[in-house]
Design a protein around this ligand. Structure first.
Ligand code: SF4
Ligand code: MG
Length: 321
Protein backbone atom coordinates (compact mmCIF):
# COMPACT_ATOMS: atom_id res chain seq x y z
CA UNK A 1 0.00 0.00 0.00
CA UNK A 2 0.94 3.61 -0.47
CA UNK A 3 2.71 5.44 2.34
CA UNK A 4 0.82 8.17 4.15
CA UNK A 5 3.50 9.12 6.68
CA UNK A 6 7.22 8.90 6.49
CA UNK A 7 9.35 10.24 9.33
CA UNK A 8 13.11 10.34 8.89
CA UNK A 9 15.52 10.57 11.79
CA UNK A 10 13.19 12.70 13.91
CA UNK A 11 14.71 14.35 16.94
CA UNK A 12 13.22 16.53 19.62
CA UNK A 13 15.58 17.99 22.18
CA UNK A 14 14.17 20.21 24.91
CA UNK A 15 16.56 22.64 26.59
CA UNK A 16 17.16 21.59 30.17
CA UNK A 17 16.69 24.48 32.54
CA UNK A 18 18.33 24.79 35.88
CA UNK A 19 16.35 27.46 37.66
CA UNK A 20 15.72 29.97 34.94
CA UNK A 21 19.00 29.56 33.14
CA UNK A 22 19.48 27.17 30.28
CA UNK A 23 22.59 25.15 30.91
CA UNK A 24 24.61 25.11 27.75
CA UNK A 25 24.48 21.86 25.82
CA UNK A 26 22.03 20.32 28.28
CA UNK A 27 19.04 18.81 26.61
CA UNK A 28 16.34 16.30 27.32
CA UNK A 29 16.55 14.06 24.30
CA UNK A 30 12.84 13.24 24.24
CA UNK A 31 13.06 11.77 20.74
CA UNK A 32 16.48 10.85 19.45
CA UNK A 33 16.42 9.68 15.85
CA UNK A 34 13.08 8.04 15.09
CA UNK A 35 12.31 6.86 11.56
CA UNK A 36 8.99 5.29 10.75
CA UNK A 37 6.45 4.97 7.99
CA UNK A 38 2.71 4.43 8.06
CA UNK A 39 0.85 2.94 5.13
CA UNK A 40 -2.55 4.20 4.09
CA UNK A 41 -5.27 2.33 5.98
CA UNK A 42 -3.02 0.66 8.54
CA UNK A 43 -2.55 1.05 12.26
CA UNK A 44 0.97 1.55 13.50
CA UNK A 45 1.26 1.02 17.23
CA UNK A 46 3.95 2.76 19.25
CA UNK A 47 4.56 1.17 22.59
CA UNK A 48 6.92 1.89 25.46
CA UNK A 49 7.06 2.99 29.05
CA UNK A 50 6.17 6.52 30.11
CA UNK A 51 8.83 9.03 29.11
CA UNK A 52 10.14 6.98 26.16
CA UNK A 53 9.20 9.70 23.67
CA UNK A 54 6.15 8.11 22.05
CA UNK A 55 3.82 11.06 22.74
CA UNK A 56 6.44 13.54 21.55
CA UNK A 57 6.83 11.49 18.37
CA UNK A 58 3.06 11.57 17.86
CA UNK A 59 2.94 15.32 18.40
CA UNK A 60 5.69 15.83 15.84
CA UNK A 61 3.92 13.67 13.27
CA UNK A 62 0.82 15.82 13.93
CA UNK A 63 3.07 18.88 13.58
CA UNK A 64 1.81 20.16 16.92
CA UNK A 65 5.53 20.26 17.70
CA UNK A 66 8.31 21.19 15.31
CA UNK A 67 11.14 18.66 15.17
CA UNK A 68 14.60 19.75 16.28
CA UNK A 69 15.96 17.65 13.43
CA UNK A 70 14.65 15.28 10.82
CA UNK A 71 11.81 15.23 8.32
CA UNK A 72 8.12 14.41 8.34
CA UNK A 73 6.51 13.61 5.02
CA UNK A 74 2.73 13.53 5.00
CA UNK A 75 0.87 12.37 1.91
CA UNK A 76 3.85 13.12 -0.30
CA UNK A 77 4.62 16.53 1.19
CA UNK A 78 7.44 17.54 3.54
CA UNK A 79 5.62 19.22 6.43
CA UNK A 80 8.55 19.34 8.85
CA UNK A 81 9.38 23.01 8.37
CA UNK A 82 5.98 24.47 7.51
CA UNK A 83 4.72 27.33 9.67
CA UNK A 84 1.19 27.60 11.07
CA UNK A 85 -0.13 29.42 8.05
CA UNK A 86 1.36 26.92 5.61
CA UNK A 87 0.04 24.06 7.74
CA UNK A 88 -3.54 25.33 7.74
CA UNK A 89 -4.75 23.18 4.82
CA UNK A 90 -3.02 20.10 6.25
CA UNK A 91 -4.40 20.52 9.78
CA UNK A 92 -7.77 19.04 9.03
CA UNK A 93 -6.19 15.91 7.59
CA UNK A 94 -4.44 15.27 10.90
CA UNK A 95 -6.66 14.72 13.90
CA UNK A 96 -5.94 13.53 17.39
CA UNK A 97 -7.70 11.44 20.02
CA UNK A 98 -6.54 12.10 23.56
CA UNK A 99 -6.22 9.98 26.67
CA UNK A 100 -8.65 11.94 28.76
CA UNK A 101 -11.69 12.80 26.69
CA UNK A 102 -13.12 14.78 29.60
CA UNK A 103 -10.17 17.15 29.78
CA UNK A 104 -10.28 17.69 26.03
CA UNK A 105 -14.02 18.40 25.92
CA UNK A 106 -15.21 21.87 26.96
CA UNK A 107 -17.69 21.28 29.83
CA UNK A 108 -19.77 24.33 28.90
CA UNK A 109 -20.43 23.21 25.34
CA UNK A 110 -23.17 20.87 24.23
CA UNK A 111 -21.97 17.65 22.64
CA UNK A 112 -23.45 18.61 19.29
CA UNK A 113 -21.49 21.87 19.29
CA UNK A 114 -18.32 20.08 20.37
CA UNK A 115 -18.58 17.69 17.46
CA UNK A 116 -19.44 20.52 15.06
CA UNK A 117 -16.50 22.64 16.22
CA UNK A 118 -13.88 21.19 13.84
CA UNK A 119 -16.33 21.65 10.96
CA UNK A 120 -16.70 25.31 11.90
CA UNK A 121 -12.96 25.85 12.43
CA UNK A 122 -12.21 24.44 8.99
CA UNK A 123 -15.20 26.24 7.45
CA UNK A 124 -16.77 23.06 6.13
CA UNK A 125 -20.55 22.92 5.50
CA UNK A 126 -23.44 25.22 6.21
CA UNK A 127 -25.19 25.21 9.59
CA UNK A 128 -27.90 22.91 8.24
CA UNK A 129 -25.40 20.45 6.77
CA UNK A 130 -23.44 20.50 10.01
CA UNK A 131 -26.49 19.56 12.09
CA UNK A 132 -27.11 16.62 9.81
CA UNK A 133 -23.44 15.63 9.95
CA UNK A 134 -23.40 15.79 13.77
CA UNK A 135 -26.33 13.40 14.00
CA UNK A 136 -24.70 11.08 11.50
CA UNK A 137 -21.43 11.16 13.48
CA UNK A 138 -23.19 10.45 16.77
CA UNK A 139 -24.65 7.35 15.19
CA UNK A 140 -21.33 6.25 13.68
CA UNK A 141 -19.84 6.18 17.17
CA UNK A 142 -22.78 4.36 18.75
CA UNK A 143 -24.55 7.32 20.35
CA UNK A 144 -27.89 8.92 19.47
CA UNK A 145 -29.06 12.17 17.91
CA UNK A 146 -30.71 13.29 21.14
CA UNK A 147 -27.32 13.24 22.87
CA UNK A 148 -26.41 16.35 20.87
CA UNK A 149 -28.08 18.62 23.42
CA UNK A 150 -26.33 17.18 26.47
CA UNK A 151 -23.06 18.10 28.18
CA UNK A 152 -19.91 16.02 28.57
CA UNK A 153 -20.39 15.46 32.33
CA UNK A 154 -23.60 13.58 31.61
CA UNK A 155 -21.65 10.82 29.87
CA UNK A 156 -19.54 7.89 31.04
CA UNK A 157 -15.82 7.71 30.26
CA UNK A 158 -16.42 5.32 27.37
CA UNK A 159 -19.14 7.53 25.91
CA UNK A 160 -16.93 10.59 26.25
CA UNK A 161 -14.22 8.82 24.29
CA UNK A 162 -16.83 8.06 21.61
CA UNK A 163 -17.56 11.79 21.49
CA UNK A 164 -13.83 12.49 21.16
CA UNK A 165 -13.70 10.03 18.27
CA UNK A 166 -16.72 11.62 16.57
CA UNK A 167 -14.97 14.99 16.82
CA UNK A 168 -11.78 13.56 15.36
CA UNK A 169 -13.48 11.95 12.34
CA UNK A 170 -15.86 14.88 11.71
CA UNK A 171 -13.63 16.47 9.06
CA UNK A 172 -12.68 13.21 7.28
CA UNK A 173 -9.03 13.22 8.35
CA UNK A 174 -6.43 11.05 6.63
CA UNK A 175 -4.48 10.30 9.80
CA UNK A 176 -5.58 10.01 13.40
CA UNK A 177 -2.98 10.03 16.13
CA UNK A 178 -4.48 8.38 19.19
CA UNK A 179 -2.42 8.92 22.34
CA UNK A 180 -3.40 6.46 25.09
CA UNK A 181 -7.05 6.66 23.98
CA UNK A 182 -8.28 3.86 26.23
CA UNK A 183 -5.86 4.10 29.16
CA UNK A 184 -8.34 6.01 31.33
CA UNK A 185 -11.14 3.48 30.70
CA UNK A 186 -12.15 0.32 32.51
CA UNK A 187 -10.75 -2.80 30.85
CA UNK A 188 -14.28 -3.94 29.98
CA UNK A 189 -14.90 -0.71 28.07
CA UNK A 190 -11.47 -0.62 26.39
CA UNK A 191 -12.17 -3.31 23.81
CA UNK A 192 -15.50 -1.70 22.87
CA UNK A 193 -13.72 1.54 22.05
CA UNK A 194 -10.92 -0.29 20.20
CA UNK A 195 -13.47 -2.25 18.17
CA UNK A 196 -15.26 0.98 17.32
CA UNK A 197 -11.98 2.49 16.13
CA UNK A 198 -11.39 -0.57 13.95
CA UNK A 199 -14.91 -0.44 12.48
CA UNK A 200 -14.51 3.24 11.64
CA UNK A 201 -11.13 2.54 10.12
CA UNK A 202 -12.63 -0.03 7.75
CA UNK A 203 -15.59 2.13 6.90
CA UNK A 204 -13.69 5.35 6.24
CA UNK A 205 -10.23 4.07 5.28
CA UNK A 206 -8.62 5.76 8.28
CA UNK A 207 -4.95 5.46 9.13
CA UNK A 208 -3.95 5.37 12.80
CA UNK A 209 -0.83 6.07 14.76
CA UNK A 210 -1.77 4.41 18.02
CA UNK A 211 0.29 5.25 21.09
CA UNK A 212 0.08 3.28 24.31
CA UNK A 213 2.13 1.91 27.18
CA UNK A 214 -0.15 -1.15 27.20
CA UNK A 215 1.11 -4.06 25.10
CA UNK A 216 -2.22 -5.89 25.09
CA UNK A 217 -4.08 -2.84 23.85
CA UNK A 218 -1.50 -2.26 21.12
CA UNK A 219 -1.71 -5.92 20.10
CA UNK A 220 -5.50 -5.66 19.82
CA UNK A 221 -5.51 -2.81 17.34
CA UNK A 222 -2.18 -2.62 15.46
CA UNK A 223 -1.01 -4.04 12.16
CA UNK A 224 2.61 -3.18 12.87
CA UNK A 225 4.24 -2.19 16.13
CA UNK A 226 7.26 -0.10 17.07
CA UNK A 227 8.79 -0.42 20.53
CA UNK A 228 10.40 2.70 21.95
CA UNK A 229 13.04 3.05 24.62
CA UNK A 230 14.69 6.33 25.63
CA UNK A 231 13.70 8.26 22.54
CA UNK A 232 14.52 5.56 20.01
CA UNK A 233 12.67 2.77 18.26
CA UNK A 234 14.44 -0.42 19.31
CA UNK A 235 12.23 -2.89 17.48
CA UNK A 236 9.63 -2.66 14.72
CA UNK A 237 7.71 -5.47 13.06
CA UNK A 238 4.36 -6.87 12.01
CA UNK A 239 2.26 -7.46 15.08
CA UNK A 240 2.47 -11.25 14.73
CA UNK A 241 6.27 -11.33 14.44
CA UNK A 242 6.74 -8.87 17.27
CA UNK A 243 4.52 -10.66 19.75
CA UNK A 244 5.41 -14.23 18.75
CA UNK A 245 9.07 -13.71 18.04
CA UNK A 246 10.45 -10.62 19.79
CA UNK A 247 14.13 -10.05 19.00
CA UNK A 248 15.21 -7.13 21.16
CA UNK A 249 15.97 -7.91 24.83
CA UNK A 250 13.87 -4.91 25.91
CA UNK A 251 10.82 -6.13 23.96
CA UNK A 252 11.36 -9.61 25.39
CA UNK A 253 11.35 -8.20 28.91
CA UNK A 254 8.23 -6.11 28.30
CA UNK A 255 6.37 -9.05 26.78
CA UNK A 256 7.41 -11.40 29.54
CA UNK A 257 5.25 -9.33 31.91
CA UNK A 258 2.11 -9.67 29.76
CA UNK A 259 -0.16 -12.59 30.65
CA UNK A 260 -0.87 -14.80 27.62
CA UNK A 261 -3.93 -16.88 26.98
CA UNK A 262 -2.21 -19.58 24.94
CA UNK A 263 -0.84 -22.17 27.44
CA UNK A 264 1.46 -23.68 24.81
CA UNK A 265 3.57 -20.55 24.78
CA UNK A 266 5.90 -20.56 27.73
CA UNK A 267 7.52 -17.34 28.71
CA UNK A 268 9.79 -16.76 31.60
CA UNK A 269 9.32 -13.48 33.40
CA UNK A 270 12.32 -11.22 32.81
CA UNK A 271 12.78 -8.66 35.54
CA UNK A 272 14.60 -5.56 34.33
CA UNK A 273 17.28 -4.25 36.62
CA UNK A 274 17.33 -0.58 37.58
CA UNK A 275 15.20 2.29 36.34
CA UNK A 276 14.96 3.99 32.97
CA UNK A 277 17.94 6.37 32.79
CA UNK A 278 17.37 10.10 32.35
CA UNK A 279 16.91 11.22 28.74
CA UNK A 280 19.11 14.22 29.57
CA UNK A 281 22.05 11.94 30.22
CA UNK A 282 21.50 8.69 28.33
CA UNK A 283 23.99 5.82 28.66
CA UNK A 284 26.65 5.46 25.96
CA UNK A 285 26.43 2.86 23.21
CA UNK A 286 23.17 0.96 23.41
CA UNK A 287 21.14 3.06 25.84
CA UNK A 288 19.54 -0.13 27.16
CA UNK A 289 22.90 -1.68 28.08
CA UNK A 290 22.90 -0.98 31.85
CA UNK A 291 19.65 -2.97 32.13
CA UNK A 292 20.24 -5.65 29.53
CA UNK A 293 20.83 -9.26 30.55
CA UNK A 294 22.59 -9.94 27.24
CA UNK A 295 24.94 -6.94 27.34
CA UNK A 296 28.32 -7.42 25.60
CA UNK A 297 31.45 -5.22 25.54
CA UNK A 298 30.51 -3.62 22.21
CA UNK A 299 27.12 -2.56 23.61
CA UNK A 300 28.75 -0.08 26.02
CA UNK A 301 30.32 2.02 23.28
CA UNK A 302 28.70 1.40 19.91
CA UNK A 303 25.14 2.58 19.23
CA UNK A 304 23.23 -0.26 17.50
CA UNK A 305 21.38 0.82 14.35
CA UNK A 306 17.82 -0.29 13.65
CA UNK A 307 18.41 -3.03 11.06
CA UNK A 308 16.19 -5.46 9.18
CA UNK A 309 16.95 -8.83 10.78
CA UNK A 310 14.16 -10.82 9.18
CA UNK A 311 11.90 -9.62 6.36
CA UNK A 312 9.95 -6.68 7.75
CA UNK A 313 11.35 -7.21 11.26
CA UNK A 314 13.76 -4.55 12.50
CA UNK A 315 15.81 -4.53 15.68
CA UNK A 316 18.48 -2.24 17.09
CA UNK A 317 20.68 -4.71 18.91
CA UNK A 318 24.24 -6.03 18.52
CA UNK A 319 23.05 -9.59 19.11
CA UNK A 320 21.91 -9.62 15.47
CA UNK A 321 24.43 -9.18 12.73
FE1 SF4 B 1 21.44 -5.66 25.02
FE2 SF4 B 1 23.62 -5.12 23.61
FE3 SF4 B 1 21.35 -5.65 22.37
FE4 SF4 B 1 21.66 -3.38 23.70
S1 SF4 B 1 22.77 -4.00 21.89
S2 SF4 B 1 19.90 -4.68 23.75
S3 SF4 B 1 22.88 -4.04 25.43
S4 SF4 B 1 22.52 -7.03 23.63
MG1 MG C 1 2.60 10.09 26.93
Amino acid sequence: AELLVRAKNLKKYFPLKKGLVHRKNSYVRAVDGVSLSIKKGETLGLVGESGCGKSTTGRMVMRLLAPTEGEIWFDGRDISRLNDKQLRSTRKELQMIFQDPYASLNPRMKIGDLIAEPLIVHKIMTKKERDKRVHELLEYVGLNSYHANRYAHEFSGGQRQRIGIARAIAVNPKLIVADEPVSALDVSIQSQVLNLMQDLQKEFGLTYLFISHDLSVVEHISDRVGVMYLGKIVEMADKESLYMNPLHPYTKALLSAVPIANPRIKRERIILQGDIPSPSNPPTGCTFHPRCNACMEICKTVIPELKEIEPGHFSACHLYK
